[in-house]
Design a protein around this ligand. Structure first.
Ligand SMILES: Nc1ncnc2c1ncn2[C@@H]1O[C@H](COP(=O)(O)OP(=O)(O)O)[C@@H](O)[C@H]1O
Ligand SMILES: [Mg+2]
Length: 295
C-alpha cells in the first residue's frame, strides 16, 4: 500500500449562508484516505455527508480548510472540469442519467472532450456496461431500465475514465434490497479487482459487511473513524451511535417502555465496550455530544 494518501483534508469546513441563519454543515474535518481503501460514511440526515462528498469531488468549495487529492490542492486546480471527469467518478442516489440517451450513450458522456475518438469511446462504453452486467441492455433508454439497472449504468459512467476515486452518495437509497446488495457486490469487486478507492455515503447497515473502514459523522464533525473487524462489533457500534444508544450512554432519560432500569446498566456497559471507552467515568466530547442525545 502506498504511503501517500489519495485524499487528505485539513480542517475542512463549510458554512452555508451568513449571520444568524448560517449553517455549519461541515465543521473542521481532517481526514486521510489511502489508495485502495473502501470506506463508508454514515450519520444522521443533515450531518454533512453530502457536503463532504461535494468538497472532495471539487463540486463545491470549502469555507475554510483544504482538500488534496493525489497530492493536488483542489483550491489550486487549473482545470476543474478535467479533474471531475478524470480523477473522480460520481454516483448519486438519483442516478441523473440523461433520459433521451441510451445506456451506451450515457456512459460515453464523460469520455467526450478528453481527446478520445468516437470508436474507442463506444468500445470502452460497451466494455464497462458488460462489466456491470448490462451487456444486453446497451441500447435501452433509462426509462426502460429498472432502478438497479439505472444505478449500474451510473456506475459504468462513473468508471468511464478509470478514476482513482469513486464518490457515491447513498447509491442504494432508492433500490430494493436485492438490487442494493448487487450494487454493493459490484463496488466490492471493483475495489478488490481494480483497487479503485471507493467512498460511499450510506444509511445501509449492510455496507458494514463489505467496507473495511467506517466514518461516522454528527453535526458536521467526524465522531468515529475505525477499521471494520467483525460484523458483531459493527452492529454494536451502530447501536452505540443510535439515538437510543447515545441517550443510554449519557444517562439521559429513556422511556421505561424502551429500557428497564436494570437493563440500562448492561446496555451501557456493552455500548462502552463497543466504542472502546472505559467501563466507568464521564464520556469525552466530542464523541458524545448533548445535542444528538436530545435531538
Ligand atoms: N446549499 C445549501 N444551502 C444551505 N444549507 C445547506 C445546503 N446544502 C446543505 N445544507 C445544510 O447543511 C447541512 C448538511 O447537509 P448535507 O451535507 O446535505 O447532509 P447529509 O448529506 O448528511 O444529509 C444540513 O443542515 C443542510 O440543511
Ligand atoms: Mg446527503
Amino acid at each position: 500500500m502506498s504511503t501517500e494518501p489519495l485524499i487528505r483534508t485539513e480542517n475542512l469546513t463549510k458554512v452555508y449562508g451568513r449571520g444568524p441563519t448560517a449553517v455549519r454543515a461541515l465543521d473542521g474535518v481532517s481526514l486521510e484516505v489511502y489508495p485502495g481503501e473502501f470506506l463508508a460514511v454514515m450519520g444522521p440526515s443533515g450531518c454533512g455527508k453530502s457536503t463532504l462528498l461535494n468538497l472532495l469531488g471539487a463540486l463545491d468549495r470549502p469555507t475554510e480548510g483544504q482538500v488534496w487529492v493525489q497530492g493536488e490542492d483542489l483550491a489550486r486546480l487549473k482545470d476543474v472540469d478535467r479533474f471531475r471527469a478524470q480523477t473522480v467518478g460520481f454516483v448519486f442516489q438519483l442516478h441523473n442519467l440523461l433520459p433521451t440517451l441510451t445506456a451506451l450513450e450515457n456512459v460515453e458522456i464523460p469520455m467526450q472532450g478528453l481527446g478520445m475518438g468516437r470508436g474507442p469511446r463506444r468500445e470502452r462504453a460497451r466494455e464497462l456496461l458488460a462489466r456491470v452486467g448490462l451487456a444486453d441492455r446497451m441500447d435501452h433508454l433509462p426509462s426502460q431500465l429498472s432502478g438497479g439497472q439505472r444505478q449500474r449504468v451510473a456506475i459504468a459512467r462513473a468508471l468511464a475514465n478509470d478514476p482513482a476515486l469513486i464518490l457515491a452518495d447513498e447509491p442504494t437509497g432508492s433500490l430494493d434490497s436485492q438490487s442494493g446488495e448487487e450494487l454493493l457486490a459490484l463496488f466490492e469487486d471493483l475495489n478488490r479487482a481494480h483497487g479503485t478507492t471507493i467512498l460511499v455515503v450510506t444509511h445501509d447497515r449492510r455496507v458494514a459487511q463489505v467496507t473495511r473502514r467506517i466514518l461516522r459523522m454528527r453535526d458536521g464533525r467526524m465522531v468515529d473513524d475505525h477499521r471494520v473487524t467483525d460484523p458483531l462489533e459493527e452492529d454494536l457500534r451502530m447501536l452505540a451511535h443510535s439515538r437510543l444508544g447515545q441517550a443510554v450512554l449519557q444517562g439521559k432519560p429513556v422511556s421505561s417502555r424502551v429500557l428497564l432500569p436494570e437493563e440500562r446498566a448492561v446496555f451501557q456497559r456493552v455500548l462502552r465496550r463497543a466504542l472502546g471507552l472505559p467501563e466507568e467515568g464521564a464520556l469525552a466530547e466530542p464523541e458524545l455530544d448533548e445535542q444528538s442525545a436530545r435531538g
